[in-house]
Design a protein around this ligand. Structure first.
Ligand code: NAP
Length: 491
């Protein structure tokens, strides 16, 4: 039996899943993509300066290594081209339905299949794989008066390229990774730029470099060079960056690196004080950028730390008075903790995923949820990283799901057992205890109640090991086998 698979999203996750199905000769899948093309976050985020702060050779599929990266840290257009190239090379396009949003999915127990409702109608599938990512829904703040603003206003992930910023007064609200990338570009052209900072971030330099024709030639032709380079980048992240997040040997090193970077790039002690975080390094996502601090020291840029009280037609009003603006950029991040929202996902017994997750999203291995048979998640709860490439995690998850498919064929719909979920939850909670994310800071890694719903607390090597293959004893199967006896009705 070849399962009929619905994949939701055509970013890194959805494309990876589709490619592995193709490789296995399973063409009975459909990728639903709400956007106009493939690429996910790399299609959405087109703000000036958009790029990745994970080296390109690691921020790409291990099975589709690309020797032609033009930089150590890839820009958005190059990553998007890479993903489009993958869709073309593996012949995925005919199976991708663009401009088609999944609004709901419900497990039909009598059929043992998922009824997937899209903006184009209903369809039945054996398996649903969600690949919607964690950073796909822009978060707009709830500041009074936002709709009264006279000028152009947009979110960093919905950049309005028709607005000319040259010589204008621009307000950027937020100072996370997106803001840090776009601020240097905006500062170059704006007449004046106000950066509204609520909480300073730790910033370390991004040692970017151009890969010229010779380097690219070497990556292409010198045996094992590309593989060795990728491995080196990976090992560095695992062995040096991860310990800094886990209270290990490199914590102090990372702190000193960030403080040294601040000292080198910001000579003004008052501005330096504003930019110095008051919480441990790594508690929130560390910004990796070499252009951010220099941009903040420009004469046409102010870092505003006075609280925003409201938006008025002429600009941003703070506790210290009005900051006039022609354009407001909301670099205010994403709604990260509701995961599959706004899709309505209904499992066995009419259970609603949103209701199951009201205390905080959780999934066994970040992949499977009790009472939701044959639903698999990519980049699900507790699989985000603060130190390494998410593409690595996605590949682990896809391999795991591929490992589940033969069970589905022989034993019917599979559903993770609540006991397995409970054991998983306990081990996660234990692992979280040592992580710096707990150290009294706010971040998008946590839900409103302060539960760490987004991050994976271990190394990626550990994650790869525990997701190498599904353990059938962690699952209920709908059909009996000689070896296991009946399981239906034993839930
Ligand atoms: P973010 O890190 O969540 O930053 C949002 C910013 O908006 C914060 O500075 C936040 O202030 C501010 N903010 C939110 N609501 C506000 C309000 N009501 N008033 C004032 N300020 C407000 O979002 P992001 O920069 O888009 O980055 C999100 C994630 O995307 C990153 O952490 C990273 O994982 C990923 N990303 C990666 C790259 C890359 O190079 N790999 C590039 C861009 C983004 P507070 O800090 O005080 O909450």
């Amino acid at each position: 039996m070849r399962p009929n698979v619905a994949i939701i999203g055509a970013g890194f996750g959805g494309l990876c899943m589709a490619i592995q199905l193709e490789k296995a000769g399973i063409r009975s899948y459909t990728v639903f993509e709400k956007g106009v093309d493939v690429g996910g976050t790399w299609r959405d985020n087109t703000y000036p300066g958009a790029g990745c702060d994970i080296p390109s050779h690691l921020y790409s599929f291990s099975f589709e290594r690309y020797s032609s990266w033009t930089r150590r840290y890839p820009g958005q257009p190059e990553i998007l081209r890479y993903l489009e190239g993958c869709a073309d090379k593996y012949g995925l396009r005919s199976r991708i339905r663009l401009n088609t949003m999944v609004v709901a999915a419900a497990f039909d127990e009598s059929l043992g299949r998922w009824r997937v409702r899209t903006t184009a109608g209903d369809e039945l599938f054996d398996v649903v794989v969600s690949a919607v990512g964690q950073l796909n829904r822009p978060h707009l703040p709830n500041i009074p008066g936002m709709s009264s603003f006279n000028g152009a206003a947009f979110h960093s992930a919905r950049w309005n390229h028709s607005v000319d910023l040259a010589g204008r007064r621009v307000a950027v609200i937020g100072n996370g990774s997106s803001a840090a990338q776009l601020i240097p570009k905006v500062a170059e052209v704006a007449g004046h730029l106000d950066v509204f900072q609520r909480t300073p971030n730790w910033v370390i330099p991004k040692p970017d470099a151009v890969f010229g024709p010779r380097a690219r030639m070497a990556f292409r032709h010198v045996p094992f060079l590309q593989r060795a380079y990728r491995e080196w980048v990976y090992r560095y992240a695992e062995n040096t960056l991860y310990p800094a997040l886990a209270g290990g040997w490199s914590t102090d090193l990372l702190r000193k690196r960030a403080l040294g970077h601040l000292r080198e790039q910001v000579p003004d002690p008052l501005l330096r004080a504003k930019l110095t975080p008051g919480y441990p390094v790594g508690c929130r996502r560390v910004v990796i950028d070499s252009g951010f601090y220099p941009a903040l020291t420009r004469p046409n840029v102010d870092v505003v730390t006075d609280g925003i009280t409201r938006i008025v037609p002429g600009g941003v009003e703070t506790t210290a008075g009005l900051r006039e603006a022609d354009v407001i950029v909301y670099a205010t991040g994403f709604d990260t903790s509701d995961f599959l929202a706004p899709m309505q996902v209904t499992g066995r017994g009419g259970r609603q995923l949103a209701e199951e997750w009201k205390g905080g999203a959780e999934a066994y291995l970040g992949i499977a949820v009790p009472h939701f048979p044959n639903l698999f998640l990519l980049y699900g709860p507790n699989t985000n990283l603060g130190h390494n490439s998410i593409v690595f995690m996605i590949e682990c998850q896809v391999r795991y799901i591929m490992g589940c498919l033969p069970y589905l064929a022989s034993r019917g719909p599979m559903e993770v057992r609540p006991e397995a979920m409970a054991t998983w939850r306990r081990s996660l909670d234990r692992a979280m205890e040592g992580m710096v994310w707990q150290a009294g800071c706010t971040s998008w890694y946590k839900n409103a109640a302060g539960r760490l719903t987004n991050n994976w607390p271990g190394t990626t090597t550990t994650y790869r090991r525990i997701t190498r293959a599904p353990r059938p004893e962690a699952f209920h199967f709908a059909r009996r086998t000689a070896a296991t006896g009946p399981v239906t009705g034993n839930r």
